[in-house]
Design a binder for this molecule. Structure first.
Ligand SMILES: *[C@@H]1O[C@H](CO)[C@@H](O)[C@H](O)[C@H]1NC(C)=O
Length: 421
């Protein structure tokens, strides 16, 4: 059944390409001069790009007309979106217009992104980060280059479980001669960091994963020469897990501790980047970073996904009013965020599939909350809700802020009852 569908799919695409080729080849060879010359290469490459982007079982060709081809994309089999590839490219290239069927999307302002690292090729090594020399107060430090001379490229992913947190602290914390300061802070001392980054992790009962995450991420972030601090926002008690709400709390609470944060990385605790050229600063914003997760065979499950790891500058996150607070349980909150991003006209950027590779920690992986049954209803009016659901309506009770050697725990109560009147 599935195999048949996929053959059919390729047949259709082949057919369309053939039609396009048939139509425009005469033009290319100068036989006809009435039709505008179309860059066929760009056109078909666009299609190829799309095929890579959307796994075939989630995409179907909706219609083909003089104007172009419309694909229907099925996200999780319920969130349908249309993508239009125009036939008449403007100025030497086709344009790709992605929009949600349920809301009008303004034209995004396209910021052309240059991957922070593309040209640099280094051999993978397992070298530990050289400890930072004694800090000297100096205002004439050079900027930390975002080319990252300390980067090593593809990384070894250690998924073994550290015996206890102290085993990890022994390698990294200042308490044991390392460089990470209390609360999970670090800053380069030989150059001026480009970004001051708050790493925010929503959390509940995943201590084994947290140990692995911290062991991997501290050296990773230090090689990128970022000033950073790692925050774990823990939802106490038993209400369904509210991942998005916890991100909002992390944003607010981290800024209370350090007004200087200008870049926020929102990440799950079980995602380990496999290449340190995947920059955890904010080279662009908003930016979806976990584009190629091993669990999804190193591909994007669907084009509008924003799950896993994402980056925002402070201003951009405030501009979209943060995440929604209304998703209780698994799923949907990231799709909602995607709509917010397109609604205000932001252009989402991503690292390449090569740089954006991730390992999902498999041990102790359980779904802590059931899927939110209300999520499809919420997704129907993401755009309308955004100004009255997010940072400006966030409610929670701070239990305590606990600065541990490698991480700052923000323990909070976040309950559904806080939101019902
Ligand atoms: C669809 O699946 C993706 C990937 O698991 C997830 O991030 C997203 O939240 C899901 N969306 C819905 C509406 O369930």
């Amino acid at each position: 059944m599935k195999a048949g569908y996929s053959k059919m799919f390729y047949f259709m695409v082949g057919l369309i390409l053939a039609v396009v080729a048939f139509t425009y080849l005469p033009v290319i060879f100068g036989i006809s001069s009435t039709v505008k010359v179309v860059n066929l290469n760009v056109y078909s490459e666009k299609l190829r790009e799309m095929l890579k982007q959307y796994p075939k079982k989630t995409i179907e060709i909706d219609k083909e007309s003089d104007k172009g081809i419309t694909f229907r994309i099925h996200n999780n089999n319920s969130h349908v979106q249309t993508v239009n590839v125009e036939k008449n490219p403007t100025k030497g290239g086709s344009s790709d217009n992605t929009k949600n069927t349920r809301s009008k999307t303004p034209k995004p302002t396209v910021k052309k992104e240059k991957d922070f690292d593309e040209e640099k090729k280094v051999l993978p090594t397992d070298k530990p980060v050289t400890p930072a020399p004694t800090p000297k107060k100096n205002n004439v430090l050079p900027d930390c280059s975002d080319k990252g001379s300390k980067l090593v490229g593809p990384l070894f992913i250690d998924q073994s479980i550290p015996k206890d947190m102290e085993a990890v602290e022994k390698d990294l914390s200042v308490d044991f001669g390392g460089t990470v300061e209390k609360g999970g802070k670090w800053a380069p001392t030989t150059c001026k960091p480009k970004h001051k980054v708050a790493i925010i992790i929503p959390y509940r009962k995943r201590f084994e994963q947290l140990k692995i995450f911290l062991r991997h991420m501290h050296p990773f972030l230090q090689r990128q020469e970022l000033l950073y601090q790692i925050f774990v926002v823990e939802q106490l008690k038993n209400d369904p897990f509210n991942r998005a709400g916890l991100f909002n709390v992390g944003f607010v609470e981290s800024l209370k501790m350090n007004k200087g944060f200008d870049c926020f990385i929102f990440t799950d605790v079980d995602l380990l980047p496999e290449d340190d050229h995947n920059y955890y600063g904010c080279p662009t914003s908003p930016r979806h970073m976990s584009v190629a997760v091993d669990k999804f065979n190193y591909r994007l499950p669907y084009a509008t996904i924003f799950g896993g790891v994402g980056a925002f500058t402070k201003e951009d996150f405030q501009r979209i009013n943060g995440f929604s607070n209304m998703f209780w349980g698994w799923g949907g909150e990231d799709d909602d965020l995607y709509t917010r991003i397109t609604k205000v006209g932001f252009k989402l950027t991503r690292p390449s599939l090569k740089r954006g590779r991730y390992t999902m920690i498999r041990i102790h992986h359980f779904q802590s909350s059931k899927a939110d049954p209300n999520r499809m209803n919420l997704l129907r009016n993401s755009g309308q809700r955004m100004s009255a659901d997010g940072l400006n309506t966030l409610k929670y009770k701070l239990d305590k802020v606990d600065q541990q050697p490698l991480v700052t725990f923000v323990k909070i109560e976040l309950k559904r009852s806080m939101y019902s009147k």
